[in-house]
Design a binder for this molecule. Sequence first.
Ligand code: ZN
Ligand code: ZN
Length: 314
Amino acid sequence: MVLDAPGRPLRPVERDVPEPGPGELLLEVRACGVCRTDLHLLDGELAFPGPRVLGHQIVGVVAGEDRRVGVPWLGWTCGECAFCTSGRENLCVRARFTGRDIDGGFAEHAVADERFCLPIPDGYPDLQAAPLLCAGLIGYRALRMCGDAQRLGLYGFGAAAHLICQVAVWEGRRVCAFTRAGDEAAQALARELGAEWAGASEDAPPEPLDAALIFAPAGALVPAALRALAPGGTVVCAGIHMSDIPSFPYELLWGERTVRSVANLTRDDGREFLALAPQVPVRTHVTEYALADAGRALEDLRAGRFAGAAVVVP
Ligand SMILES: [Zn+2]
Ligand SMILES: [Zn+2]
């Protein structure tokens, strides 16, 4: 399924099976998670270099082998820049991303640089493993940015939040889940996964928060989350794109509150999270779509028509 240009529908295309280059693996795609970043690419909110197969949460089997690997968003880094050489390859100035700069997983086959493939933990079926590869590990990186915050707010309870809620509760943190007003399905899922409170984004939590993770792409949530924060608390914007952040009075930031973003992932984030997931164990709540329905999966994500994560299966 190819995106020709932003704003166009995904289009089915027949292609030859791709040839892996040196150091690359040819994968038979078993499942590929759907991410809000795919929707930002579709909507032209991120730079899009041209016709491309989207999808960057690929669970695949190496062609001709009995080996399953995961392909995340970070598809290639230079290894030489100031960021790469200081443990921050997520910020690499020449990074190439799966499903944007490299064809992704809304396809029957994919090619990936073996050095950037991640091990899929045993015990996770393909469908359940796929959302771990972006929703899970970006969520995990965002959670690490909260330090040892005890009272955690999750704004936007979708693919990432439903996974990271489980990790946070397992670590002994207390979770409040914020959703679109009236999204009963997401609020019910949050409570089922251990959140002690679930409500609308504009509601005040029962107690001030030590940290807030914003997964929804709405800039208005930044002052809303700051308002819910105790002094010294942190707001982490975990998405790759957000609508503009409205201005807000300085007193919301005062008291040593912090606002920061999380960008991409490092391979270490991936390995760490995928080793942790089976210990919790993190369970993924998945809605399955056929490959030909990848475009519909994206529209359902936009409209909030499913709880948890969507996965495309060729
Ligand atoms: Zn993603
Ligand atoms: Zn680099």
